[in-house]
Unconditional design. Structure first.
Length: 327
């Protein structure tokens, strides 16, 4: 693979294309300034305006959410995993039917594997524009977003209606549901009662990993963050490793499926080899960049400058994407 071909599989942080109309709460005060980014895979956006950077199937989706201070993402749920790590800023995550069952504050580098069974939302509680990166289970990411009933009701009050076709219609722009398409139904009271209201004490120890704890664990070898034997034990259809300067190696490796490199801190030099084993190309990744490494490509990634260096590595496992693993 030539450097030019590989560059087409790198999404630079500064080149991300935002969408401000991605979801049903795009007009709701308090949520109307958020930006959605679909980096790898189709994502779960409800807007035709959403730009997809890399459409190659990976077995998971990569996305991001950018929000100014005090902006929040409304309560929603997914049928597959939703894993966030904080790239920039300070964020409050909250969950439950009304968002009051529990909460946790995450700092830069922290990672949260949110249980699939609960409604969740998040807000930027920092003082500057913040960015969180997301990994969603499955190539179709569970088929979309399930919104809390009050979110759908609030959105309708501000002109946005979600159809059962998964698309948004803006009544303030005289858009109407097509003939035969009904509004997206809300969960029934019975369905809502089946959703657990997990406490902070139940969620945080089992689903949150702190950046500096991972830095210590990955000082000599990569730390398995999400996996059947990971810090956060789950089988969402992918695994996530955390790599630092101390655990990075020049030794090349490859995967039978595409994998993804996502630097958190520092600059990382990625080299890849041709069929004869000689170096075919190299690229340098910065924090916020996302690189899709082709299947069976022999490559390595090491810090290219001194200072703090950390990187998230994602690879599909072939496990079915679905509810949070209870094993």
């Amino acid at each position: 693979m030539t450097p030019a071909e590989m560059e087409s599989r790198i999404v630079r942080y500064g080149d991300l294309h935002p969408c401000k109309t991605a979801f049903i709460d795009a007009h709701t005060p308090g949520s109307d300034q958020k930006e959605n980014f679909t980096i790898i895979g189709g994502g779960v956006s409800e807007s035709p305006d959403q730009h997809v950077h890399i459409g190659i199937p990976h077995g998971f989706n990569i996305g991001a959410a950018g929000q100014p201070p005090k902006c929040r993402n409304s309560l929603h749920n997914h049928r597959t995993a939703e894993v966030f790590f904080v790239l920039k800023g300070r964020w409050r995550f909250f969950w439950g039917r009304y968002g009051d069952a529990g909460e946790v504050t995450l700092e830069e580098g922290d990672i949260f594997n949110i249980p699939t069974s609960i409604f969740r939302g998040f807000e930027n509680i920092g003082t500057d524009y913040g960015m969180i990166m997301a990994v969603l289970g499955g190539d179709d990411a569970g088929g979309g977003v399930i919104w809390a009933p009050q979110v759908i009701e609030d959105a309708a009050d501000h002109g946005l209606v979600l159809g059962q076709d998964g698309k948004l219609y803006d009544t303030k722009r005289q858009q109407k549901l097509p003939e035969g398409v009904q509004p997206m139904s809300v969960l029934t009271d019975e369905e809502l009662r089946e959703l657990p209201e997990l406490t902070t004490a139940e969620v945080v120890p089992n689903y949150v990993a702190r950046y500096w704890d991972m830095m210590a664990l990955a000082d000599r070898k990569p730390a398995k963050v999400i996996g059947s034997n990971g810090i956060l034990r789950d089988k969402p259809g992918f695994e996530i490793d955390f790599i630092t300067r101390g655990s990075a190696t020049q030794a090349r490796h490859s995967h039978k499926v595409p994998s993804v490199l996502m630097p958190m801190r520092g600059h990382w030099k990625v080299e890849w080899a041709g069929a004869d084993g000689s170096v075919q190309g190299a690229a340098t990744l910065a924090p916020g960049d996302t690189m899709s490494v082709p299947e069976n490509l022999s490559h390595s990634a090491v810090p290219s400058m001194t200072g703090e260096a950390s990187l998230y590595h994602v690879v599909a496992t072939g496990d079915p994407a679905g509810l949070t693993w209870k094993g």
